[in-house]
Structures are given as C-alpha cells and as structure tokens.
Design a protein around this ligand. Structure first.
Ligand SMILES: [Zn+2]
Length: 70
C-alpha cells in the first residue's frame, strides 16, 4: 500500500516536472518568435524585424524615410 502511494507520488512528480519544463520551453519559444517577427514596411514592402521597425498608426515602417513618404 505504501509502495503504491509512493509510486503515485513519484509519477505525479515526474509528470509535473515534464509539464512544467514543457510550458517553460513553450514560453521561451513564443518570446523568441515575437522578437524575431518580420513585419512588412507599408511604403517599400521590405520585411524588417519588428524590433527595428517603426510603428506608426498601427503600421510598420522600415525607416524614418518610409514613414515620411507614406
Ligand atoms: Zn520602407
């Protein structure tokens, strides 16, 4: 009986560890995807990283020049 309880606790712990690890990995992947997301410049149609893009009126621009031209 005690062994059974121990086995359940161990299995439950392992499942918890696996799921917890998986969720953490998923979070990391999601963050990387957001950081590496490519957005299209509204003016010249060039794809630029959303980190480098300029966001104006919910539209992305690759540079100030394109923002002025738009
Ligand atoms: Zn542009």
């Amino acid at each position: 009986m005690l062994l059974k309880v121990l086995a359940i606790v161990v299995v439950g712990f392992l499942v918890y560890i696996i799921f917890f690890k998986k969720n953490r990995e998923d979070d990391t992947v999601k963050k990387e995807e957001i950081e590496d997301e490519l957005v299209e410049c509204k003016t010249c149609k060039t794809y630029v990283s959303s980190k480098e893009a300029i966001l104006s009126n919910a539209k992305y621009y690759c540079s100030k020049e394109c923002l002025i031209k738009s």
